[in-house]
Design a protein. Sequence first.
Length: 171
Amino acid sequence: MKERYQQAKRFEEFLEGVEASRDLWHQIHRRARIPEEVLEGARSLPGPWHLLVMTEDWCGDAIHSVPYLARLAEGVPQLSMRVIGREDNPDLMDAHLTDGKRSIPVVMILDHEFREVGWWGPRPQPFKELFQKELKILPEAERFARMRAWYARDRGRTVLRELMAMIPAGV
């Protein structure tokens, strides 16, 4: 996994190459802020930790999640993050299926030896539940509008909380 991580793009490189929803990616990244209590908790973790994010630029869930993870990695010295494409890594994607589907983003949590200790994705749990109960039956335009509204209200907090809960504190 170390070689894949090292060959992956830094978030800034990924962001520069974004074609789909380019303005939205940049806007969310520009506005993304990490709550101080999340930064403090992450800075207290023994490290280093590596986040390997598998996504594609067209993914709406990634647009609303990954910029917050990038900001977290920017603000925490013992965290680093790289991005790989789903289409370029079918073996990794198939090892991280959600309900048998190739759903993204997938965030693999790697320890100091680049061993995977867990993974998160593709959506925060409360949003998964909302999607299953209410959103998936809506027409696409309305579904996407409600999705964007949920993520805008949440401002990355749930993604950050869920991901941080997965990083072992005593390793």
